[in-house]
Design a protein around this ligand. Structure first.
Ligand SMILES: [Zn+2]
Length: 326
C-alpha cells in the first residue's frame, strides 16, 4: 500500500531517429527531470538498450529514487503497443522485430509499454494539447514520414494487430512515386518531406519560370516555406499541390471516421497557411456533406519534444505494474 502511494511518477521516453529524450513525469504531467542523447550513436540495439537503461537509472536515482517510479512508456517509430516491439522500421538502424518493451523491462525491473510515435503523439495531444477533452480525432504527423492515428472513443484505435491508422501508406497513384515502405504511390511520397522536395523538383523542371528555389543545392521544406513568405509563385505552388493532396485524403478519412478535429503536427505543417489553406479547401470539397464545415483542422499547440515525452508518460500509466514476485 505504501508503495502505491509513493509511485506517483513514470518515465516517458521519446525514441526519435536522431535523438532519444527521456524524462521523469509526475501524475499531473509535470516534468521532474529530463535528459537526452543521440540515438545515432548506438547502431547496435543491445548497446542502445544498455545505454538507455543506465541513463534512466541515473536520472531516477538523482531524482527521488527507484521506489517512486511506477512504469515506463516509450514512443518509437514502428512501435507496436500490442506486441511491445519495434516492427520492421524502414528508417531506424535496427532491423527486423525488436522486443523493446521486454528488453527494457528485464533491464529495469519495471513495466514498460511501447507505442507507435503517432499513437503516442495523439495521447499527448489528448492529455495536454490541442485535442484536450476530445474523444474522437485524427492525428497526423507530417515530417520525414506521414504517420497518423485514429483516436476513437478516448483511445488510439489499434486494429487487429496494432497497425491501424496508416493514412500515409494509402495509395494516391498506382505506380506513382517510390515510398520508403517499398510500395509506390503512397500519400507519404507526396505529402511528407521527400514528397514536398520532389514536387519542387518536378515544378522547376517543367518550366523556366524564375524562382528563389532554383540553384539552391540543399533545398528543404522549411526553405520552400520561407520562399512562400517572400511571394515566390513556384514555392507557393509546391505547398498548394501538397495541401490539395493532403486535403483529399483527410476528407476521405473524415468521412469514414467522423472526427471532431484533425490535428496536424510535424515539420511540414510549419509551412502554416501555405499548406493549410489548400488543405482546407480540398477537404471541404470532398468530405461527406453531413460533416462538411464541422471538422476543425488544427495545428498542434505543443512543442514536439515536450508533447512526445508527455505522451509517452501517458502511455506508461496504461500498463500494469510489474514485479518479479507477482
Ligand atoms: Zn508507403
Amino acid at each position: 500500500m505504501i508503495q502505491n502511494i509513493l509511485k506517483q511518477k513514470v518515465v516517458g521516453v521519446d525514441l526519435g531517429y536522431e535523438k532519444t529524450t527521456y524524462a521523469i513525469v509526475d501524475v499531473r504531467g509535470n516534468e521532474v527531470a529530463k535528459a537526452d542523447f543521440p540515438t545515432t550513436d548506438y547502431p547496435d540495439i543491445n548497446a542502445y538498450i544498455s545505454h538507455l537503461s543506465n541513463k534512466i537509472v541515473e536520472l531516477v536515482e538523482a531524482n527521488g529514487g527507484y521506489e517512486s517510479i511506477r512504469s515506463v512508456g516509450i514512443s518509437s517509430p514502428s512501435g507496436n503497443y500490442l506486441t511491445g516491439c519495434i516492427e520492421y522500421s524502414p528508417n531506424l538502424p535496427w532491423k527486423g522485430q525488436i522486443p523493446l518493451a521486454a528488453m527494457m523491462r528485464d533491464r529495469l525491473g519495471l513495466a514498460v509499454a511501447v507505442g507507435n510515435d503517432a499513437h503516442v503523439r495523439a495521447l499527448g495531444e489528448s492529455a495536454f494539447g490541442s485535442a484536450h477533452g476530445m474523444k474522437d480525432f485524427i492525428l497526423v504527423v507530417l515530417g520525414h514520414g506521414f504517420g497518423s492515428c485514429f483516436f476513437s472513443n478516448g483511445h488510439p484505435h489499434l486494429g487487429y494487430a496494432g497497425f491501424a491508422g496508416e493514412i500515409g501508406h494509402n495509395c494516391y497513384k498506382v505506380d506513382g512515386r517510390s515510398c520508403g515502405c517499398g510500395h509506390k504511390g503512397c500519400y507519404e511520397s507526396y505529402c511528407a518531406g521527400r514528397g514536398v522536395l520532389q514536387t519542387a523538383e518536378e515544378l522547376l523542371a517543367a518550366s523556366d519560370e524564375p524562382s528563389l528555389m532554383r540553384g539552391v543545392s540543399d533545398l528543404t521544406p522549411k526553405l520552400i516555406s520561407d520562399f512562400c513568405d517572400q511571394g515566390d509563385r513556384l514555392a507557393i505552388e509546391v505547398y498548394r499541390r501538397t495541401g490539395e493532396i493532403l486535403g483529399f485524403i483527410l476528407g476521405n478519412y473524415a468521412s469514414v471516421i467522423n472526427p471532431e478535429a484533425i490535428i496536424l503536427t510535424g515539420g511540414i505543417t510549419k509551412a502554416g497557411k501555405w499548406l493549410l489553406e489548400p488543405t482546407n479547401e480540398t477537404f471541404e470539397k470532398v468530405v461527406f456533406h453531413n460533416i462538411e464545415g464541422k471538422v476543425k483542422i488544427l495545428t498542434s499547440s505543443l512543442a514536439d519534444e515536450e508533447r512526445d515525452v508527455l505522451g509517452a508518460s501517458v502511455l506508461a500509466w496504461s500498463v500494469k505494474e510489474y514485479s518479479l514476485f507477482k
